[in-house]
Structure formats: C-alpha cells, structure tokens
Unconditional design. Structure first.
Length: 135
C-alpha cells in the first residue's frame, strides 16, 4: 500500500510539474480517481494567461487534490469492506494533451508523460519488498 501511494504521488507530481502551462487548464486537469478513470475536464484552479512552466498555484492545487484521493486508497483491506481491488488512475482528459506530449510547446519539447512513467518504473524497481532475514 505504501509503495502504491508513493509511486502514485511521485508520478502525479512529475506529470503536473512537467506540463507546459499557458492558462493552467492542462496542469489543473491531472486528476486522480479510484476504481475508474475520470474523463471530465475542469477549469484551471487559478487561471491566467501565459503563466509558464514555473507557475505554482495550479500545480499545488492539482497535486493537493490528487494526493487527497491517493490517501483514500486502501489496498488489501478485508473482503466485504468495499476496499479490495482498488486501482489508482491518474488521467488528463483535455483534448489537446497528445499535442502537448508531442512537443507543441517550447516549454517542454519531449514526451514528459513517458519520462514520468519511466521514473515511476524506476521507483518500483528500486524498492526492496522483503527485508533480509525474513522467512
């Protein structure tokens, strides 16, 4: 459970912070959900014009909202509690996300989404699941 939360929070942060920013909509729309991915699009938390990648208000809000959802995750709960088998989804449903991923913004020319996922894989691979001496 802790590893799942750690990876989800780290991935969310990298996705949000890597997102090119103009009005804050793309950055605000990194949404976390449990059970099923969300496909809804929201307004920017703190809209503006030409905010730039250093923008923090939308980033903080998106990360806080996502972390609040991640903190509700309960994996391995007893059967019958409605908590077993939950999955964490981190999605962004803005229609122009693929365009941003392919380098349409000079703020982030490479596939920052792919890099965030590679970072998540690295965190998982570097985690020791068992302590030495445990039978």
């Amino acid at each position: 459970l802790n590893l799942t939360k750690k990876v989800a929070k780290s991935t969310l942060r990298k996705l949000v912070e890597g997102t090119p920013v103009d009005e804050g909509i793309a950055r605000s729309n990194w949404r976390v959900s449990l059970y099923n991915p969300t496909r809804s699009v929201i307004f920017a938390y703190s809209p503006g014009k030409k905010l730039g990648r250093g923008e923090r208000s939308n980033a903080r809000a998106a990360i806080a909202a996502g972390n609040a959802k991640i903190n509700k995750l309960r994996i391995g709960a007893k059967r019958g509690t409605g908590q077993t088998g939950r999955a964490v989804f981190i999605t962004n449903a803005i229609p122009y996300l693929d365009k941003l991923r392919s380098g349409s913004s000079d703020q982030q020319p490479n596939d920052w989404v792919g890099l965030a996922l590679l970072d998540a894989k690295t965190v998982i691979n570097q985690t020791r699941l068992l302590r030495r001496g445990v039978n």
